[in-house]
Design a protein around this ligand. Structure first.
Ligand SMILES: Nc1ncnc2c1ncn2[C@@H]1O[C@H](COP(=O)(O)OP(=O)(O)OP(=O)(O)O)[C@@H](O)[C@H]1O
Length: 561
């Protein structure tokens, strides 16, 4: 009995590890992955059980079919908000299990039974003890793959998606591509596990891969700890072994033990969520070395003549309407190299909308945006960043459960370990490259005076500190043009001074800055040119002194500031 349960425990632990990569790292809660395991299980039962295919070949097909299911369902479901994703994957899961139960060729409600005589690498797989090695190998393989993906730059993008997909995309990462990728990879892995599971069971039935399996695996992930894969193994094995302990040690009947196990799952889940919501083994953060040399920014001897500097970014005729509201009407503006341009105006004037239009966060109804002559309209927001235009957010949007260092590391472009093809090449190249990325990120943190907070989770920062880290993060993208949304608003006076000197230093480095700012002292200090917006339109432009000198604008806006 014990060996049989141990086989099951190892396979369920492998499922928990896989689901943890998707849910714990990438934050994509899918109920469908138990059904994808069923796709793998039924593939084995059908090909090897009914048609006598070699087991290994059936396993390969099981992985391929489950991956294909993942891609198709991922394409349909992953554009949705989280709660709809859960519902959608639940619906797909019920649909898949329903198909298993409906078709006679798949054994109907009884499933495909009599899956026996399987052999793997010459080994007969008949007795429970025969399944120990294959189950352990599957767990080890799944763990190695998931760990490599999760604890790498690729995994950092997944965590970014979990924390805030919009902010992660605004750092130049293809978030939708990564969501599809991880959904498909984890689907393939569950297909493999399901294939071994049905071989061990000797059958593939609708009930074996239904909702209770999905819930049991979620319990393992939550109890073990989100984004902690060894935790999933401990919880997977531990929770599965509750039933044999109830039977073998405490003397319960098998039906009683099975029911009591479900009750204990539920009780443990509630207890963990109340007492230790991070799970028994919490997520771990990147360790950092102390900062090395302070990054130096060579000040340029002379500011360029603002009118003589090249136009780096030009917007022409940008318009955007939201239902009855015209948020932007025929916006045309220019940003010149090495200068600071400000966008000011009352609340609701459309300033953030202009940033959204420039960066592709929302598509304009009309108009064009060119960066160094190349058209940006129609380009994905992550590609806009890679083209050289990055923005920060009015509400900062740091990735809360990541440290300051990890926030900035995520922004560094072209990391080797972000590419799947490079991740599985043997050797230490990826970890060496990642140390280089950490060093770069630390330099940017040092530049904004936040290196001593590198290991601090970003949700522990003050508002002013978080704005500085968000500036470091934007700088780390190496984009040439920075759009800063209210970098000093809401920040106490001490931090405003720091922010002012930072933005000036960035400008003196030769980068181009455009800022939306309500704090006119900041605008006065920094801006070379200012656009004034009202009701979605640019109604005036010039130096701040020229704008504040206008009696109409003074009455409409500046007088109240
Ligand atoms: N996604 C959206 N859907 C509907 N309306 C929107 C959307 N985004 C902006 N708006 C509307 O467009 C107008 C301009 O909003 P926007 O946030 O750009 O103004 P703002 O000048 O940045 O304001 P603030 O200074 O308060 O940040 C507002 O009336 C706002 O309600």
């Amino acid at each position: 009995m014990w060996v049989n349960y141990l086989d099951q425990a190892l396979l369920l632990a492998a499922l928990a590890v896989t689901v943890n990569l998707l849910v714990g790292y990438a934050g994509q809660v899918s109920v469908a992955h138990a059904a994808f395991a069923g796709v793998g299980g039924y593939t084995i039962a059908y090909l090897s059980g009914v048609h006598d295919w070699p087991y290994l070949a059936s396993l390969a097909v099981a992985v391929l079919i489950a991956t294909a299911f993942g891609v198709v369902i991922g394409l349909i479901a992953l554009g949705l908000e989280q709660e709809y994703l859960i519902l959608m994957t639940l619906a797909f899961s019920l649909g898949i299990i329903g198909v298993f139960a409906t078709f006679d060729s798949l054994g109907g409600v009884m499933g495909l039974t009599g899956v026996d005589g399987l052999r793997l690498f010459g080994l007969e797989l008949e007795e429970p003890s025969d399944w120990l090695i294959p189950s352990a190998v599957v767990l080890a393989l799944v763990f190695a793959i998931c760990r490599r993906l999760g604890e790498s730059p690729y995994g950092r993008i997944l965590k970014g998606i979990r924390e805030d997909a919009v902010a992660t995309r605004a750092l130049g990462k293809n978030t939708f591509g990564h969501k599809i990728g991880i959904f498909a990879i984890t689907s393939g892995l569950t297909g493999l596990i399901g294939g071994v599971y049905s071989g061990w069971l000797g059958q593939a039935t609708p009930s074996a891969f239904g909702f209770p399996l999905a819930m049991a695996v979620f319990a393992m992930v939550i109890v073990g700890g989100n984004a902690n894969l060894p935790g999933s193994i401990v919880a997977g094995v531990g929770l599965t072994m509750i039933e044999p302990v109830l039977r073998g040690v405490l003397g319960f009947q098998s039906t009683q033990a099975a029911l009591l196990q479900v009750v204990l799952y539920g009780a443990l889940l509630v207890l963990v969520m109340i007492v230790r919501p991070q799970g028994l083994f919490p997520e771990r953060s990147k360790r950092v070395a102390a900062p090395t040399a302070r990054a130096t920014v060579a000040p340029r001897p002379e500011r360029p003549d603002e009118h003589a500097a090249d136009v780096v970014l030009r917007a022409e005729g940008l318009s955007k309407r939201f239902g009855g509201i015209v948020a932007a009407r025929d916006i045309s503006l220019e940003l010149r190299r090495g200068t600071v341009t400000a966008l000011v105006g009352p609340n609701g004037a459309g300033k953030t909308t202009v940033f959204n239009l420039l960066t592709g966060t929302i598509a304009p109804d009309a108009g064009s945006v060119t960066l160094n002559g190349a058209e940006l309209v129609g380009m994905r927001p992550d590609l806009v960043v890679r083209a050289g235009l990055v923005r920060t957010f009015q509400d900062v949007r740091l990735l809360n459960r990541l440290t300051c260092l990890e926030n900035v590391m995520l922004a560094v472009p072209d990391q080797q370990g972000e590419r799947l093809g490079r991740l599985f090449v043997p050797g230490r190249a990826i970890s060496r490259a990642d140390r280089g990325v950490a060093a770069q990120a630390l330099e940017w943190l040092d530049f904004v005076g936040m290196a001593d907070q590198a290991a601090t989770p970003s949700d522990a920062l003050s508002y002013g500190q978080s704005k500085l880290v968000s500036l470091a993060r934007a700088l780390a993208t190496r984009a040439d043009v920075l759009l800063l949304d209210e970098p000093a608003s809401g920040v106490d006076a001490a931090w405003v001074e720091t922010m002012l000197s930072m933005v000036a230093a960035v400008r003196d480095e030769g980068r181009t800055v455009c800022l939306v700012e309500h704090n006119l002292d900041v605008v006065r200090e920094l801006s070379d040119h200012t656009y004034f917006m009202e009701l979605g339109e640019i109604t005036a432009s010039g130096t701040l002194a020229e704008l504040t000198g206008s009696a109409r604008l003074a009455e409409a806006y500046f007088g109240a500031q």
